[in-house]
Design a protein around this ligand. Structure first.
Ligand code: 5AD
Ligand code: SF4
Length: 439
């Protein structure tokens, strides 16, 4: 057992980046809880502050560096405070981080969380650093401390083997590995018993899931058999791993919701090739056609990168054309950010910041228009909405999600509780949400 200076030291965790990081923070919380730590709700009260970080774009890293300098002030006031950096940025910047933030006590990559109690127990002058990647680590035996409300995120696979040329994930999260189905099912059963209604299976390329004979389609079917689980989603699938097995399971299992986040990145074959995405525009559009034929209610969202190295005006025009052709329900769009260690790093960064900004604004404006059009077309329709809680804006209203993962808001009535599924008739729409009444 590690000797701690206080009986119940308090740890404050802050999470940046994607859902995988949110899920990892839940694992970290479980590891530390077992080692005798309790949770602080404010950094001011904490004995240990940990930032679980993202390295996907430079901007994400800059935010964390800014936050670290704020927190350094707390550490000057209370030198016993331990400050640590976890996650993708810890892994990515392992060589330069301590020069940028010499006051850090701890640097731990995504495969080092099991060892956090020892790392925190380390009382030397030097910071404790553990950035070993471990192709076997799935944390399968560790039950996360879910912060779940009606929805919980369950890690199905970790890492990525795709090596898209722009992306740092394979370098910071390491090789692809799937959590044994037994461990996933144990978590799902426990969550269902706690009243969680919706399970979101997570992985960097989640539909590449495979453990012995269980592929992702089979996993979806297993989760669908759990009583109490009403809805199943997953994120993020890779277009190349969208097998018949997965599509058939989505079509056959009513609990698997008709919504897919299917990152396309670009609408130009030349750029897709330079990105090593593994598909052409034709492949992608064929897949979308097949999905829509098999799952007619399907809503689609995507990720788009503008200004990748070598992206000409004509390539960008092809992205705009693809967006119009697919008609996504929503899109997350990003300016290309060169990442060290990636294959595209040495290619360069041919598109100026201003031009990236212009292209991004065009993508965003187009998507706003398409989303608004789609949502307005839903006025008059009814959807089963899984109630989450009070709407962010507008007192006296509740909010939840439709099967297509659109936010729906409707008047609160005392009888309705989070976790209920209610039928909502849409009366008005914006590009971002639907408003209606319970029917
Ligand atoms: N620059 C900009 N966007 C990126 N993404 C991944 N790497 C980069 C990068 N270097 C985007 C992709 C991916 C999403 C999670 O982040 O669109 O799908
Ligand atoms: Fe990054 Fe490509 Fe892997 Fe997605 S599939 S995490 S974009 S390397």
């Amino acid at each position: 057992m590690i000797k701690l200076t206080q009986p119940q030291p308090q740890v404050y965790l802050e999470t940046y980046g994607c859902q995988m990081n949110v899920a990892d923070t839940e694992t970290v919380t479980a590891v530390l809880r077992r080692a005798g730590y309790s949770s602080a709700t404010r950094p001011e009260d904490a004995d240990v502050i940990l930032l679980n970080t993202c390295a996907i774009r430079e901007h994400a890293e800059e935010r964390v560096i800014g936050r670290l300098s704020d927190l350094a002030r707390l550490k000057r006031e209370r030198p016993a405070l331990k400050l640590g950096l976890l996650g993708c940025m810890a892994q990515h910047n392992r060589e330069t981080l301590l020069a940028k933030a010499p006051w850090l006590d701890l640097v731990a990559g995504p495969d080092a969380y099991r060892r956090l109690p020892e790392l925190l127990g380390h009382d030397g002058f030097d910071p404790a650093v553990d950035v070993r990647l471990d192709r076997g680590e799935t944390y399968a035996d560790l039950s996360p401390e879910y912060m779940a409300g009606v929805r919980a995120y369950v890690t199905a696979m970790r890492g990525c083997d795709r090596f898209c040329t722009f992306c740092v994930v394979p370098y910071v999260r390491g090789r692809e590995r799937s959590v044994p189905p037994g461990a996933i099912m144990r978590e799902v059963h426990a969550l269902a018993a706690r009243g969680v209604k919706e399970i979101v299976l997570l992985g960097q390329t989640v539909n590449a899931y495979r453990h012995d004979a269980t592929d992702f389609g089979a996993l979806l079917r297993q989760v669908a058999r759990v009583a109490g689980v009403e809805r199943i989603r997953f994120t993020s699938p890779h277009p190349c791993d969208m097998t018949d097995s997965v599509i058939d399971a989505m079509a056959a299992e009513p609990k698997v919701q008709p919504y897919l986040h299917l990152p396309v990145q670009s609408g130009s074959d030349r750029v897709l090739h330079a990105m090593a995405r593994g598909y052409t525009v034709t492949h992608y559009l064929d897949l979308v056609g097949r999905l829509r034929r098999t799952i007619p209610a399907l809503a689609l969202s995507t990720d788009i990168i503008v200004g990748f190295h070598g992206e000409e005006e004509s390539d960008f025009a092809a992205t705009i054309a693809l967006m119009r052709a697919v008609g996504y329900d929503s899109a997350f769009s990003f300016k290309y950010s060169v990442r060290e260690h990636t294959r595209a790093h040495r290619l360069g960064d041919s598109v100026s910041e201003e031009e990236k900004g212009r292209r991004l604004a065009e993508v965003i404006a187009l998507q706003e228009m398409i989303s608004l059009e789609h949502n307005r077309a839903l006025i008059g329709s009814e959807f089963p909405v899984l109630v989450e809680g009070p709407a962010r804006r507008g007192a006296g209203r509740l909010a939840g999600k439709t099967p297509q993962f659109k936010t729906a808001v409707f008047p609160d009535t005392a009888a309705i509780k989070p976790g209920n599924i209610v039928n909502v008739r849409v009366e008005s729409a914006t590009g971002h949400s639907l408003a209606g009444v319970i029917v």
